[in-house]
Design a protein. Structure first.
Length: 252
């Protein structure tokens, strides 16, 4: 790898590291941050989503394994999420390669802004009462579909909604991170059948290196942060990424 190539890949390594550190600790943001960066650099939405999901095949495996090692997984919740999530992801990836699926994105982002406010309020109030989520399978299907069609969204959709339903933050973040591996594999395979090896670029290589370097640290942060702190952090990151997405959708 010559100097010019190193100079090109280093910014993507930095982005991949930062995005995965946030994603591993809070259960969201890698796909949204990385896809936004690639699209802003002129990469077509389908190619950006395909490249990011190819990277996430490896980063989610490392992150999920780390969460499992730190006992951050709720296996009951995992099995309820992963199957509908995979089915939804395959459908979303196919739709994105056939038609533009961006029209609904501002409405989804507006919904996530509302959820982010509610999470922050919960985190700043008295210790919230934890209880098992009731709506899981439809949430997994919707999260998988929107993740593939929008270039990112599994974490923001699934993590935030499970937390609003009362699931414990640490186990929710770990479970969503592990299940994301299977969703991402489904998306990546679908994109490969539709687009071929053009999904792999210098940008995806940089994101992959940075993401793998950061993957083990997110689970440690999720394990050590308090419930209310996690709620506030998740809400804040969700609001920032959603508002930025709305701004880009409106002003281009």
């Amino acid at each position: 790898m010559d100097l010019l190539t190193i100079e090109h890949v280093l910014p993507f390594i930095a982005v991949g590291f930062a995005a995965q550190l946030v994603d591993g600790a809070l259960g969201m943001a890698f796909g949204v941050i990385s896809s936004t960066l690639l699209i802003s650099l002129g990469v077509p939405p389908a190619a950006a989503s395909a490249g990011v999901h190819a990277v996430e095949t490896f980063t989610t495996a490392a992150s999920g394994a780390s969460h499992a090692a730190h006992r951050n997984i709720d296996w009951r919740l995992f099995w309820r999420l992963v199957i509908p999530g995979v089915l939804g992801a395959v459908a979303g990836a196919y739709v994105l390669t056939q038609i533009a699926a961006e029209r609904a994105r501002p409405f989804v982002l507006g919904y996530l802004v509302i959820i982010s406010i509610m999470l922050i309020v919960r985190g700043l109030s008295a210790a919230p009462r934890l209880r098992p989520a009731r709506v899981v399978e439809p949430l997994g299907a919707a999260g998988g579909f929107l993740d593939a069609a929008g270039g990112g969204g599994w974490g923001p959709i699934v993590t935030s909604n499970l937390l609003m339903q009362g699931e414990a933050p640490r186990q929710t973040i770990g479970t969503v991170s592990l299940s994301e591996f299977f969703v991402t594999v489904a998306v990546s395979l679908t994109f490969l059948t539709q687009m071929g090896l053009e999904v792999f670029t210098i940008a995806t290589l940089g994101l992959l290196i940075g993401g793998l370097l950061a993957a083990p640290f997110g689970a440690v942060l999720a394990k050590r942060l308090k419930t209310q702190t996690l709620l506030v952090l998740v809400g804040t990151v969700l609001m920032a990424t959603s508002l930025y997405g709305i701004w880009r959708a409106v002003y281009g």
